[in-house]
Every structure is written in C-alpha cells, then in structure tokens.
Design a protein around this ligand. Structure first.
Ligand code: GLA
Length: 382
C-alpha cells in the first residue's frame, strides 16, 4: 500500500517536472488514550501507523513553486516571497503554513515542487494534516540543508496549523507522526515534549479502528473554544496548564466557572490521570484494566468534554455489547472520525461485520474498518 503510494507520487512528479524527486513518507497516528490533554500540558499515548502521506519533492529552477495534491487532482503555483493563507479549509494552507513558519525562523529556502498523496481519509481523526505538514517540513529540511531538529520541525508544523489552518492544536499529532517507532506507542509528556516508548504486543488482542465516515472539521470553533475554556480555568487556578491542577484545586473554584466548563476541566484532569494509568496497565499486561480506562475516556469525551457524536457513541455501544471488545472510544479531536477498539484477535472479523451491519441499519450509511500497524515516523524513502 505504502509502496504503491510512493511509486505513484514519484511517477507523477517525474512526468510533470522531469526530475528525480526526493521521496518522503510521513505517517498518520492513532491514540490509545489521552484526548484533548496535549494542549493542557498533559500526557497522550499515540503511535504512528503504516498509513499516511507520500510526498515527492525537489528543488525547482523555473522561478516558481508548485504543490500538487494528487488525491484531489488539484495543483497550485505560488511565490515564496508573497505567501498568505488561502481561504479557510484549503489544502494548500498546510503547505503554505509550513513554508511561512520556516521563513519566520529565518531559514532560507528556494523554490520547490511537491506532489503528494495519502491513504488516510481527511477528517478521520488520524492526523492526515500533521502527516502532510511533517512531510513538507521534513522534505524542505533535507533539500535545503536547513539543519532543523525533529523537535523544531514539529513545532513548525504545529505553528502552520495554528496560523494558516486556524486550529490551535496541541503537539500530539505532529509528534507521533515525526517520532513514531515501529511496534511502539509513545507515552508523551506534552509539557516537556519527551516520550517513553512502550512496545505494544497485546498477544491475543489487537487494536482496530472503525471510521464513522463522519468528517470532523477541527477548524470548527468547537476545538479552539475548548482550548480557550481550559486556558481560562488554568488562569483562574493560577497554574500554567491544567496539568498542574488537581480535582481538589478545581473544586475550590467551582463557584467561579460554569457547570459546563467545570466538567470540561474535570475531564482533562481525569484523562491525564487515566493516560498514566493506561501506561501502567500496559506494563502490567493488564488488558482488562486498559480496556476499562479506554471506555472511561469515551464516557468523559461524550458527557463531560462533549466532543463526540451519535455515530461514535453508537459504535462504542456496539463494542460494549460485545464481550470480545475490552475497550472502545472515539479517537482524535472528535465530532466524527474513528473509534479505536481493543479487541480479541480471533473475533475481529465477526465484530467488524456485526458493527458495520448495525451501523448501516441505524444510520443508513457505511462505516469503514481499518487494520493498522504501528510504524516508524516521518522518513526519507530511498
Ligand atoms: C487533534 C489535535 C491534537 C489533539 C487532539 C485531541 O487531533 O490536532 O493536538 O488535541 O485533537 O486529543
């Protein structure tokens, strides 16, 4: 799959630009647990997957730059010295944003051409956006010898998303996509941006994604609103981020916040704790415990943080009815995208089929099932 994508972007680059390109693969991510905790300085537990964005990139000597999104059959020419964000929701903002943020760091790049294509659907909660941003910054760093570290690169990708795409995202997606390790998930401390790898081998269990095919749109103010609600509560508490607050601290200001925002902050504090407990459960090989934490995470996302939707809740309820599923929850920003399920290996087909059938009956549309492998982060492909 990944090889086919790479071949395709290479072929189409050579056809269009008559040059041999540099090939970069940048993966999407899953997240076992720890949702909406990254921008609160908390813990997350993501892993890069074997699906993502393949990019073919090379310097241009025609005096202009071109980006081509093969999936969308869309291309755009641009002038490096005159960049501004395109209309909200345009794919080129990911490319422009990265270029602009590189320039903001006083790094000099020349004209370039890029052709890319992905095999994770946008809006699935698997970070196709971070994968694209990372492929661009990684490719440009190589081509123009910018000497950026991986951490600098992900901060550039994140800023691109803030300033050009308009989503005030945390660092989880860019981090997981860049730093992924094969067969490992990363317990990332978003305060220090340092992670501990955890080898994931669930023996007779595995992770399975089911996409509601409801496209979320993070640039919807919903995401940014939640972030600013968390920040204002942190300010009230006199701490940098909610990571530094306890449930007891929060209780002391209960009269100063709305009940809705109180629940949101409580969710964040609890989810940060759950994520650390999940890491311990994995170390102890206690999958029942891990599963229970995953269900609790969904419960909080649905009722306290309020970022789920009927389709996601329905799939999680299907999982709960099935003994072979130890845990399930919505994954990523929310309002659509995938559920992640911790399920008995032998029962995967059966569950996937029955969930898909029930989903179709209920919503009169299809969901999609994804099998994933935990894979290495953004890299050049020789
Ligand atoms: C999106 C953002 C991440 C993170 C998740 C929710 O994927 O890009 O930074 O906040 O939502 O956990």
């Amino acid at each position: 799959m990944k090889q086919d994508l790479l071949k395709e972007v290479k072929r189409s680059f050579k056809k269009k630009f008559k040059k041999e390109p540099l090939l970069v693969f940048s993966p999407g991510r899953i997240n076992i647990i720890g949702e909406h905790t990254d921008y609160n300085g908390g813990f997350v537990f993501p892993a890069a997957v074997d699906k993502g964005i393949a990019a073919a990139i090379e310097k241009s000597d025609t005096g202009k730059s071109t980006a081509i999104a093969l999936d969308l059959d869309s291309n755009i020419e641009f002038d490096l010295n005159n960049l501004k964000p395109s209309k909200q929701g345009s794919w080129e903002n990911y490319v422009f944003g990265v270029v602009a943020e590189i320039q903001n760091r006083n790094k000099v790049i020349g004209d370039f051409n890029i052709v890319f294509k992905g095999n994770i659907p946008g809006g699935a909660g698997m970070s196709s956006s971070a994968a694209l941003e990372n492929s661009v910054v990684y490719g440009l760093n190589e081509l123009f010898d910018l000497g950026l570290t991986k951490t600098e690169m992900i901060l550039i990708s994140q800023k691109a998303e803030h300033n050009y795409v308009g989503v005030k995202c945390g660092i989880m997606d860019q981090y997981a996509s860049m730093f992924g390790i094969q067969d490992n998930a990363l317990l990332l401390d978003c305060r220090t941006i340092e992670s501990t790898p955890y080898k994931i081998d669930f023996k007779d269990h595995q992770l399975l994604l089911i996409n509601t095919n409801v496209k979320h749109s993070l640039s919807d103010s919903a995401y940014n609103d939640r972030r600013s609600a968390c920040e204002s509560i942190a300010e009230l508490l006199g701490v940098n981020t909610l990571r530094d607050a306890s449930e007891e601290d929060l209780e002391k200001i209960i009269d100063k916040v709305t009940p809705e925002n109180y629940q949101k902050a409580l969710y964040v504090i609890q989810e940060i704790a759950r994520t650390q407990k999940a890491a311990q459960a994995i170390t102890d090989n206690d999958l029942e415990k891990l599963g229970a934490l995953i269900y609790a995470s969904h419960n909080g996302l649905q009722h306290q943080y309020k970022v789920s939707c009927d389709e996601l809740d329905f799939l999680v309820n299907q999982a709960k009815k099935n003994k072979s599923v130890l845990g399930a929850r919505m994954m990523g920003g929310g309002f659509g995208g995938c559920t992640i399920n911790l399920i008995e290996r032998d029962k995967v087909q059966e569950f996937a089929e029955s969930a898909a059938k029930a989903y179709k009956n209920k919503f009169n549309k299809e969901c999609s099932v994804y099998f994933i492998e935990l894979s290495e982060g953004t890299h050049v492909v020789k």
